[in-house]
Design a protein around this ligand. Structure first.
Ligand code: DLL
Length: 436
């Protein structure tokens, strides 16, 4: 088992809590002195930084939201002078105005350290060739993985996302041993590798895939197509970028780097802190960030924390795979529908029959919502008889109806007919805007 910093990664929890408490008090003071929005919220609650003595007082602090980043766009929430900000990143998300975040030199060093910890845990060393196929640019994926790989001295292939044929040729020619990209793009690369029949020319060993939800079924398929071991990495721009948490070789949840972040799960409706192990909305407080610190930031990601000690020896808490977002909810014919519910039904269908590619299409025709789900068949199943296809469509339709309480039209579509993504997959197409 390899560690970048064993002392920190395996720190006894009592000691870790003490460190977190000290860092939380410093962060609260830093925000109160430098971020007007935070100071106003503390004042409204009649709170002063001296009232926060440690992590036991975290529940007293006000929440922060994505809306704050939009209201104070671009730099209104930065806590240091702009001369100290050495990098900006931005994210647009699926809705609304984009948000901007900033980093000092020390912030970048912390970020690199978080990603480097994960890479080291997975046995990535300076002997590896790391192909970074996340997008470089304002998106945090490319530069985030790049920074971590650079810290451990690996040979980086900074190819960015897209240009799939060239991507595969580069992997072969340059001998990439580690691939970093979104799981949807990994799946697409895997399909192309299969089509070209070049799997035996690849040297890939480790895949680091995140930035969007993906299933265990998808993990198996990517591993099989690319001949590597696939690991999950989580993060969000507002809190850091990739590397807020990541899997270790045990693959039993993602370790949140708790020396840098305090993590809670809350009831999204009441804001009440939930016991570890109960699913809820993930909320992060940064403990070491300078330029863009966050206090009790509501991610909207629904997730479960795993407090039990991990077999790898790391003491930092783990989080399960995020399974849905509180703001992903679609209201179709008055019924609340979460894409994760649809995914759950599709996951029960054998991987021999369908691929992990699907798309939800919602529209409004004659004042009524239409609800269609296109699910891609596997090559093998596609060549089966039409009766088998109709039977499977019917089964998925019925399972969805009993899960959601409304009917969707399920269409099993031809293999490779759903548009592939080079970044995050677009699973929902809602064409109803302006038709209500
Ligand atoms: O997606 C950062 C990142 C880049 C993470 C590369 C991992 C790898 P944003 O674009 O701000 O940042 O999107 C953040 O993506 O709130 C989750 O909803 C989702 N997300 C990120 N990682 C995972 C994951 C980057 N492993 C939003 N599983 C988050 C499920 C994820 N969802």
């Amino acid at each position: 088992m390899s560690f970048l910093n064993r002392e920190i990664e395996c720190m006894p929890r009592e000691e870790l809590k003490k460190l977190q408490s000290e860092r939380l008090c410093q962060t609260v003071r830093h925000c109160y002195e430098n971020v007007e929005c935070f100071r106003n919220r503390m004042d409204e609650k009649g709170l002063k930084p001296e009232d926060i003595h440690g992590v036991q007082d975290i529940h007293l602090l006000p929440f922060s939201y994505k809306k704050d980043l939009r209201d104070y766009y671009p730099y209104g929430l930065f806590a240091v002078p702009m001369q100290d900000v050495v990098r900006l990143h931005a994210s647009s998300g699926t809705t609304g105005k984009r948000i901007v975040v900033g980093y000092t030199k020390k912030d970048l060093d912390m970020w690199d350290g978080c990603v480097a910890r994960m890479l080291t845990a997975l046995g990535v060393t300076k002997d590896d060739f790391v192909q970074v196929a996340y997008g470089y640019g304002l998106f945090t994926g490319g530069f985030g993985l790049h920074g971590g790989a650079q810290k451990i001295g690996a040979t980086i292939i900074p190819i960015s996302s897209g240009n799939t044929a060239n991507q595969i040729q580069t992997m072969i020619d340059f001998g990439a041993t580690v691939l970093c990209c979104t799981p949807s793009y990994a799946m697409y690369l895997g399909e192309e590798v299969e089509r070209l029949g070049v799997k035996d020319q690849l040297k890939l060993r480790v895949g680091i895939f995140g930035a969007e939800p993906w299933s265990e079924n998808m993990r198996r398929q990517i591993e099989d197509k690319l001949g590597l071991k696939a690991y999950d990495i989580y993060g969000l721009s507002e809190v850091l970028g990739p590397g807020v948490s990541g899997e270790c070789p045990e693959q039993a949840g993602m370790h949140v780097w708790e020396d840098n972040f305090w993590v809670e799960t809350i009831d999204p409706d009441t804001g009440e802190v939930l016991p570890e192990g109960t699913p809820g909305e993930l909320v992060f407080t940064s403990l070491t960030k300078e330029a863009f610190p966050v206090i009790r930031y509501r991610t909207r990601d629904i997730c479960t924390l795993i407090p039990e000690k991990c077999a790898c020896g790391r003491t930092h808490i783990r989080m399960g795979k995020p399974n849905g977002r509180t703001d992903d909810m679609l209201i179709i014919r008055g019924v609340n529908v979460f894409p994760s519910q649809i995914e759950e039904v599709l996951l029960k269908v054998s991987g021999d029959q369908i691929t992990p590619n699907y798309q939800i299409v919602v529209d409004r025709v004659n004042n009524t919502d239409t609800f269609d789900i296109n699910v891609e068949m596997s090559e093998a199943f596609f060549s089966d008889n039409i009766k088998a296809i109709e039977k499977l469509e019917k089964r998925i339709t019925e399972d969805l109806r009993s899960m959601l309480g409304i009917s969707a039209k399920v269409h099993l579509v031809n293999p490779k007919s759903i548009v592939r993504s080079e970044g995050k997959a677009k699973r929902v197409i809602d064409n109803r805007a302006g038709k209500i």
